[in-house]
Write a protein that binds this ligand. Structure first.
Ligand code: MFK
Length: 219
């Protein structure tokens, strides 16, 4: 997401775009330190779902996890991570639900912009993303599509917000490798129309259309 081009309203948006006095090198260094922690916590989530160890072992692990949480909380920020940027134009959103470098709930997704305008991302959805048995939760598919489509609409040059998102679930998406593809269909004033798909290795499972709006305050 680019730094906001205009004045945000006082409804709370202003607090999510925060300029930080951090060099890009320092942001990169911090990400390199924290990303492996999120990876380990992601493993913890998967192991928590799938473990079959006995009751005593579950209780012992819980005590250790609680102790680790207390160590991390010894020093922390107020509230959520927000979207931050520096004077060099580097932005970071460490808590983002889809791509947050520090967020173990994020799959995570590495979103790539191809030169021809296609935006794509590949990821692996495991046990933590289940809805129907063995299948990806419909809301998770919508979450990932919303993010990739928002990146597409923003196209590095503007802030857009999801206005309307429509999903057609063509068939169930099995847990495992998935690919997202997205592109801008057309633009009308502040409205950016985006089309996208979620696919498993056998083909498209979800088709999406979205209207993304450049808010009045950022136009
Ligand atoms: C590079 C990094 C990128 C990061 C990607 C992150 C992806 C994540 C995406 C999200 O999750 S965003 C969070 C979910 N979305 C929201 O919270 C949006 C909440 N709604 C709003 O903030 C405002 O309602 C909104 C910015 C969408 C519109 O407010 P405006 O005051 O700017 O709209 P306005 O009323 O001036 O309408 C402008 C045009 O948009 C149309 N419009 C407004 N709201 C709409 C809507 N909800 N759906 C479709 N069209 C809409 C409206 O009819 C009009 O069309 P016309 O120009 O043809 O007259």
């Amino acid at each position: 997401m680019s730094a906001p081009a205009g004045e945000a309203p006082s409804s709370g948006y202003a607090s999510i775009f925060v300029e930080e006095d951090l060099s890009t090198a320092e942001v990169d260094r911090l990400e390199a330190v924290h990303r492996p922690l999120a990876d380990s916590v992601r493993e913890l989530v998967d192991a928590t779902i799938r473990t079959t160890v006995d009751d005593e072992e579950v209780a012992a692990v819980r005590a250790e996890v609680d102790a680790l949480v207390a160590r991390l909380r010894a020093r922390q920020i107020e509230g959520a991570a927000g979207v931050r940027y520096n004077a060099e134009g580097r932005t970071w959103s460490w808590g983002n639900a889809v791509v947050g470098e520090r967020n173990a709930l994020a799959p995570p997704l590495d979103v790539v912009r191809d030169p021809d305008g296609l935006v794509h991302a590949d990821t692996l959805l495991g046990a933590a993303y289940e809805g129907p048995p063995g299948m990806v939760h419909g809301g998770v598919g919508a979450l990932l599509l919303d993010h990739v489509m928002g990146v597409t609409a923003s196209a590095r040059k503007r802030v857009t917000f999801t206005g309307t998102l429509t999903m057609r679930y063509v068939r169930s998406t099995p847990l495992g490798p998935v690919r997202l593809e997205s592109r801008i269909d057309r633009e009308e004033g502040r409205k950016v129309f985006v089309v996208a798909t979620l696919a498993d290795p056998d083909g498209v499972t979800v088709e999406a259309e979205g209207v993304f709006i450049v808010p009045r305050w950022a136009a």
